[in-house]
Design a protein around this ligand. Structure first.
Ligand code: FES
Length: 171
């Protein structure tokens, strides 16, 4: 039978395709395996691309709609490739009141992306979340796992530049 996912798989490199098939195969006889397969795919690829869902549907017989339902139900799953440097902004009440929106606007303006998006070069990803649990530091952001408190819009340029310089140093 001809693969129904074939037209979409042209953007999927063969190692990714192999990863998806291996994950599906590894969990195929286990009960409640869909979520385990999706976890393994995300662990390997860093996210669950649309092409992977289509191929998975074909491999397992689970409808794509069901796979999509699971992926969107759990906040953990990423549907787009994450950026190399992740900037998370707290949108909880304290940070909101202290002006996190202005930090977000400045980041969006300088990086040319919106909340939840990744720059084309995959260098930066920004997203907002609910309370980070450090309200005394509002407005708070997390940059690659490091929490930075009492941020102001004028911090943004230096922050981006610092990351860019680091990246150049790693090349
Ligand atoms: S509201 Fe931002 S850390 Fe709690």
């Amino acid at each position: 039978m001809k693969s129904t996912a074939a037209p979409l798989l042209e953007h999927m490199d063969s190692s990714m395709e192999e990863d998806v098939r291996e994950c599906a195969n590894h969990w195929k006889d286990k009960e409640g395996n869909l979520i385990m397969i999706l976890h393994e795919i995300q662990n390997r690829l860093g996210f669950v691309p649309r092409e992977a869902s289509l191929l998975l549907a074909e491999e397992t017989g689970v409808p794509v709609a069901r796979i999509y339902e699971v992926l969107t139900f759990y906040h953990y799953f990423k549907l787009v490739a994450p950026g190399k440097n992740n900037i998370t902004l707290c949108n909880g009440t304290a940070c909101y009141l202290k002006g996190i929106e202005r930090i977000l606007t400045e980041l969006e303006r300088r990086l040319g992306i919106k909340d939840g998006e990744t720059t084309e070069d995959r260098l930066f990803h920004i997203e907002t979340v609910r309370c980070l649990g450090c309200c005394g530091m509002a407005p708070a952001i997390v940059v690659n796992g490091k929490t930075i408190g009492k941020t102001v819009p004028t911090d943004v340029a230096g922050l981006i530049e610092g990351i860019r310089k680091q990246e150049v140093g790693h090349e």
